[in-house]
Write a new protein. Structure first.
Length: 411
């Protein structure tokens, strides 16, 4: 059992170096926790990763929390999870403040064009990686295509798409043989679950009683998002963009793309884009005091449930993963996530590459480009980002910096 001081320095290092999205973060934790420290075996690490992928929320942050919990109990889980998130959260808060103050300047917009072009390639890379892993049968392909069509053509709610896929996957496993019985575990302590759930949702009744309508709406929205955010940040961003931009009108499409681009430049989970979004919404509605309150509230509602899921269900890891219906639901949800990410990729690309878009006539709700409004500079920057990331295999931070510089020069 490692000392808390060693646990602190190890997870602080992971938190500060966790650039590049979930795949890079998980690889970093594997190298540190399995290869360097030997704190987890290969089997323990992979089982924990599968478990975290079943949960809503950022799987990399939950994996860090699980590792800390396994090593030093609840205190270790709190320490590991917090250290994974806090470095990126502080950077995001600073970037959101700078963006709110200087985002409208021409030179800032030129820099952000390079960042946005890079984001298109990053998301497409994520889609390609998942495509090879998830689409292993005809059913998976159909689920992915239907998920994309439901979101892009009809603007179907993201939770509905995920729920339908999970239900199909669970039912399709009804004839599967029973899994090998896992060791019996004690039931989770209900008072502990109730405590964490109460802490998580405590801001909502307080904000409602104080008449803070915007903060209450933000807290409720991000609480819902935390519950349905299966499939990682790229998947849930499509629903968040749909709600924040199209349905609620809190941000413009350009601001939403900028938020994702800036979140890609920071350490920590990509879902920190929710903090940037909340802080920017608060600033536009009520200046810096409301921006700070919205930033802290968004962090609380997004990440506190991660501790709830881990501390409630980690003792049941083997038994949960042994259930065939749960395995079937996970496979179907993973396939649907491909459709969600494809929709996100197209949505972002259209708003970066074209200055004007329009909505398809009813009954469709698809976003269509105005072809004459194509931006040649954006297209050139996408090609540059693809060459650096895919052709030369450069790192994400370096590519973002070079493309931002190229955007500034072109601007």
């Amino acid at each position: 059992m490692p000392a808390f001081s060693l646990l602190f320095t190890t997870f602080a290092r992971i938190g500060l170096l966790s650039f590049g999205g979930p795949a890079a973060q998980i690889a970093l934790m594997h190298r540190v926790l399995v290869e360097e420290r030997g704190w987890l075996s290969e089997r323990q690490f992979l089982s924990a990763l599968s478990f975290c992928m079943l949960l809503p929320g950022p799987e990399a942050m939950q994996l860090a929390t699980y590792a800390g919990w396994r090593l030093r109990g609840t205190a270790g889980g709190l320490l590991a999870g917090a250290l994974f998130v806090l470095p990126g959260a502080l950077v995001i808060a600073a970037l959101a403040a700078l963006y709110a103050a200087y985002g409208a300047r021409p030179e800032t917009e030129a820099l952000m064009l390079g960042v946005k072009a890079t984001v298109i390639v990053i998301v497409l890379q994520a889609l390609a990686r998942l495509w090879k892993k998830a689409l292993t049968g005809r059913d998976a392909v159909v689920i992915a295509v239907l998920g994309f069509a439901a979101l892009y053509l009809f603007a179907a709610p993201f939770p509905l798409v995920i729920a339908a896929a999970g239900l199909y996957g669970a039912l399709s496993r009804s004839a599967a043989p029973e899994a090998i019985a896992a060791p019996q575990q004690r039931a989770p302590t209900l008072p502990r679950i109730a405590l964490w759930a109460a802490l998580w949702l405590a801001p909502l009744p307080l904000l409602y009683a104080l008449g803070q309508t915007l903060l209450f709406d933000l807290g409720l929205f991000f609480a819902k998002l935390a519950v349905v955010s299966f499939g990682g940040a790229y998947a849930v961003l499509a629903w968040m963009a749909q709600e924040v931009v199209q349905l609620r009108g809190w941000l413009s499409p350009e601001q939403m793309v900028d938020a994702l681009g800036l979140a890609e430049t920071t350490p920590g989970p990509l879902i920190l884009v929710t903090q940037f979004t909340g802080q920017l919404i608060g600033h536009e509605a009520g200046g810096w005091p409301l921006a700070l309150a919205a930033s802290v509230l968004t962090l609380w509602m997004t990440f506190l449930p991660c501790f709830l899921w881990i501390f409630a269900f980690a003792p049941h890891l083997e038994r949960l993963l042994a259930r065939p219906r749960l395995q079937g639901a996970l496979r179907a949800i993973t396939a649907a996530v491909l459709g969600v990410i494809a929709n996100l990729s197209l949505w972002f690309a259209l708003h970066v590459l074209f200055a004007e878009t329009l909505t398809a006539p009813a009954p469709f709700a698809a976003t269509l480009p105005v072809l004459t409004s194509l931006c040649p500079e954006a297209l050139a920057l996408v090609a540059l980002a693809a060459g650096l990331l895919i052709g030369l295999r450069r790192s994400v931070p370096l590519t973002l910096a070079l493309c931002a510089l190229a955007g500034w020069l072109l601007g």
